[in-house]
Design a protein around this ligand. Sequence first.
Ligand code: GUN
Ligand code: ZN
Length: 638
Amino acid sequence: MFDIRERDGLARIGHFKTAHGTVETPTLLPVINPNIMTITPAEMREAFGIRMLITNSYIIWKSADLRDRALNEGVHSLINFDGAIMTDSGTFQSYVYGSEGVKPQEIVEFQRDIGVDVGTILDVFSLPDDSHEKVRDDMLVTIERAKESTKIKGDMMLAGTIQGSVFPDLRRECAEKMSSMNLDFHPVGGVVPLMESYRYADLVDAVMNSKMGLDPSRPTHLFGAGHPMIFPMAALMGMDFFDSSSYVKYARDGRLMFRDGTKHLKDLKEMPCTCPICSKYTPEELGAMPEEDRVKAIAMHNLYVSFAELRRVKQAIREGSLWELVEGRARSHPALLDALRHLERYREYMEKYEPASRPGSVFYTGRETLNRPLFYRYASRLNERYSPPVESMILMNARRKPYFTDSAVQAAVYEGKHPIIMSMFGPVPYELDEMYPIAQSVGPEEFDEFERDWQKKLLDEFLAASGINLEGKAGPKASEDYLDRIRLSAILDMQFGGGASGILKGKLEVVRSKNTGKIRNVILDGKHILSMRAGDGMFTLKMEGGRLLHSALTRPKMRVVVNADSAEYNIQGFNVFPRFVVSADPELRPGDECLVVTEKDELVATGRLAMPVRDIPYFKSGIAVRVREGVKGKSEGN
Ligand code: GUN
Ligand code: ZN
């Protein structure tokens, strides 16, 4: 029903299947008011290619005329749209205008009966200033209503809204309870007042805690979020759908949305936008239009800008650069900067979703970059996994990357010294210079005082953890064999942990690329055990390497445990599907090389983890491990 096609951390590109077509996410569901259609669904499909929209079942239900028509001809005919239709339940109307008694079950049955694709429960909207006790009571009512609603949903997909206001524990509890029910879709609700008052740090807590409690295989939705400003940040936190009537509400007030904020038409002397509306009209001409035409034109602009930003987000997810996009956008509004800074609190969780490596360069855009999961991972792995081959190192600057190509660094190495280079990631022992993310990153030449202090702190932590001194004593003159060994050892330890470098006992041969001189293949006692990828400087496991790591590392390290039904296929080289996975090493990250084993820890295959470990138990479709080689063979295409 919801297939994940691409991931970038928590963000994903998904295909959501409905009875009225498949919708690609992240996307915006424009709100249609069945009474007043400023832009019709047909016009939206024509201009923006929308395949799904949202309307309000309560508004339809309340009007005798609309209700009869909807029940007779169905909601798709009522609003003349043959794509997927989601409806809201009237929760928000009772919050804004006071409740006007529709019963929770009645409105769900009504949505079902008018042929809605995704209906919504009548959740209870808590306010940001409500007490914990009040919010918990409301939340429990919402849960109870969700439970009752699942019994009557019929063929309709049902959205169970996560409430809990700004309280992390309640958001999580609500999300966990909803995840255990037969629901299909999860809006994060109660966030409109937070967005309206620019309380973005609270928004981050609400969204992240909801997400952390949710079944990750289900689509998520940020209820009432329709300003393009929030899209990159919300996608980064794992939100798949957005909806809003803001495009038209703002237009009625003469306000234009931009990806970095909102401007009133009367304050615009120029049109800072490339959409067809802004390309055609000056602010003056727009202002002189008859009101109805102007509202429509501005609403069109608002949607053009919104869909353009969504495409930008999708492109970033596909290329693995969503963090960079979010950081860039955070420069344009302090509320977004607040959100980004606040997200730091969740870096440990987000790190579990961060891929082992990604194509393209990591860009450093400012000090907030220091809190990215990737940076946090490098520093913690250096302290936990790296095992220094010497006691004394020399702190150096390198003017080139990879650092070993810098002549001063190279000269020091050949004198028997061990250079350590200060970088934006903190200290880097020179032999890690080709490994992701060190070589695959671009940062400024100049760091400010805060950044230098940060790097110094990382250096101090490294020195304390490793017992290294910086006296720069020279050891014996280094042989090529020694240099290869320390390089391979450092990468093995950083990539796999657990002292993986212990496998390098025996006669070592290194095959280098003729063009670049970089290590390609590692041969131990005549057996090809590892290949090194040119892109990220990390190892690909050959079966012999897998065998060595399997005996050197204790359970559960590097393991993905599969049941017997699966093992039979994986051993021949076929991929591992998530529903056959019994358990997996919690230290594995998406894209990591891994060992596929049986419950008795017999090695059946080597491969690459294709989804985050936390997600595996939830997914019925997709691939958990892309098998590279089975003990008894390779499958086609792997
Ligand atoms: N629209 C905006 N916020 C909400 C919410 O919390 N619940 C529902 N049902 N609709 C909304
Ligand atoms: Zn425009």
